[in-house]
Design a protein around this ligand. Structure first.
Ligand code: FAD
Ligand code: UDP
Length: 375
């Protein structure tokens, strides 16, 4: 198993329970992959080391699975954003765009139906019938004023390209609501692991059939040491980048501390392009059941990943898609290895989807092995 993130842990556990002997390797000095959580040494606050992670899903089996390893406490993601209103006044607004945002931003007191009419008739660009790009999607559904305040600058900072060069699908992840529901997600099950994600993943890996080796880098030459490899590292990395590199955005976090409550919420986005960071995360608000006088915050900056950087978001623009196709062809020919997870398949995957795919992969592998034994 290459990678001690969710993919490696869930597949490893499933196969270990079926009697296989599993070795999990990770190049980092900790388990948990990008979901890793750790207590901040100075403040004692549980920190989401690689960026804010909120668990949300409609998948009952996955929800039961994670609750089988760790207590999940109720947590709703309520994000705020700082930006300029149409008069150029700086303010704090509610996300995702909802009735509160609309009324506050435009200085109105509209009820749901009137707000819907206002946005669709006075703001939205209805001449765009089939939005293809991020920008078209925004102009079509919220109009230029909201787009420029909340999405344009943030997206340029996050992705490093104009929103007209990005697919509409990125914005489709965010709802627009004509009521006061400010829950960032729609999902039925939402929560936060009481003791952090790493504690949960530690329990998933805690099985007599599993050996974890940290600070151990895997390369293709080691594949022969194992009956089968599940690889959750970067797809292009497995092939030694022989066709070139798949593009990623990476994140830099600037840590600072504060005595008391710095911003009053876990995540504050910054819509203005002139503010260099995309958001500030104040980690103690992810665990409202804990009490800490001190507070630790991360300012988050996004940039193109260099070879030595941690890959975070796959870019998946036109060039990357072509290169991805070539790597997928290589992956299909490779024997004895299954490419899994967000890096192994070069896709943005939420944690619940990662777990669902990991369970399906492990079951598929066991079923194929059993069919092979019978034949
Ligand atoms: P990873 O966690 O990346 O694990 C892969 C592991 O493989 C890493 O530990 C790496 O060190 C190791 N590795 C790679 N190559 C090698 C090698 N050659 N040798 C040895 N080890 C290697 N999901 C949500 O559901 N909710 C959220 O709020 C959320 N927020 C996110 C915020 C950010 C900023 C990011 C980037 C992602 C977020 N996600 C969120 C997604 C979540 O992080 C992923 O679903 C999850 O981390 C995927 O797990 P994985 O095991 O596939 O990959
Ligand atoms: N986005 C934005 N402004 C915001 C929040 C999000 O423009 O305040 C855009 C941005 O391009 C982001 C996309 O919407 O990549 C999807 O948002 P989400 O919160 O899902 O981002 P992620 O969790 O991927 O960081």
């Amino acid at each position: 198993m290459v990678g001690a993130g969710l993919s490696g842990a869930v597949i490893g556990r499933h196969l270990a329970e079926a009697g296989h002997k599993i070795t999990v390797l990770d190049s980092r000095d900790h388990i948990g992959g990008n979901c890793h959580t750790a207590r901040d040494a100075e403040t004692g606050v549980m920190v989401h080391v690689y960026g804010p992670h909120i668990f949300h899903t409609d998948d009952a089996e996955v929800w039961d699975y994670v609750n089988g390893f760790e207590t999940f406490l109720p947590y709703k993601n309520r994000v705020k954003t700082t930006s300029l209103d149409p008069e150029g006044r700086r303010g704090v607004f509610s996300l995702p765009v909802n009735l509160h945002t609309i009324n506050q931003f435009f200085g109105k007191t509209l009820r749901p139906e009137a707000a819907h009419e206002f946005i669709t008739q006075e703001q939205a660009d209805t001449s765009i019938t089939d939005p293809q790009t991020f920008e078209e999607q925004a102009l079509r559904f919220v109009g230029r004023d909201l787009y420029e305040a909340f999405f344009k600058g943030y997206t340029i900072k996050q992705w490093g390209v104009a929103p007209s060069a990005l697919p509409a699908s990125i914005l489709k992840r965010l709802p627009v609501r004509f009521n006061y529901d400010d829950n960032y997600f729609f999902h039925k099950y939402q929560g936060m692991p009481e003791n952090g994600y790493t504690a949960m993943i530690e329990k998933i890996l805690d099985h007599p059939g599993i050996t974890v080796k940290l600070e151990t880098v895997f390369d293709q030459s080691q594949a022969a040491d194992y009956d089968h490899v599940f690889y959750s590292g970067p797809l292009d990395g497995y092939f030694d980048y022989q066709l070139g590199r798949l593009g990623y955005r990476t994140l830099d976090f600037e840590r600072f501390t504060h005595q008391g409550d710095y911003q009053g919420c876990a995540v504050m986005n910054y819509g203005e392009e002139s503010v260099p960071y995309t958001r500030i995360t104040e980690h103690k608000h992810f665990a409202p059941w804990e009490s800490h006088d001190g507070s630790v915050c991360y300012r988050e900056f996004s940039r193109a990943a260099e070879p030595e950087d941690i890959p975070y978001y796959p870019i998946r623009q036109v060039e990357e898609k072509a290169l991805l196709g070539e790597y997928v062809a290589l992956a299909e020919q490779a024997e004895g290895v299954t490419f899994v997870g967000r890096l192994g398949t070069y896709r943005y995957l939420d944690m619940d989807v990662t777990i669902r795919e990991a369970l399906d992969t492990a079951r598929g592998f066991l079923a194929a092995a059993e069919a092979g034994n019978r034949a």
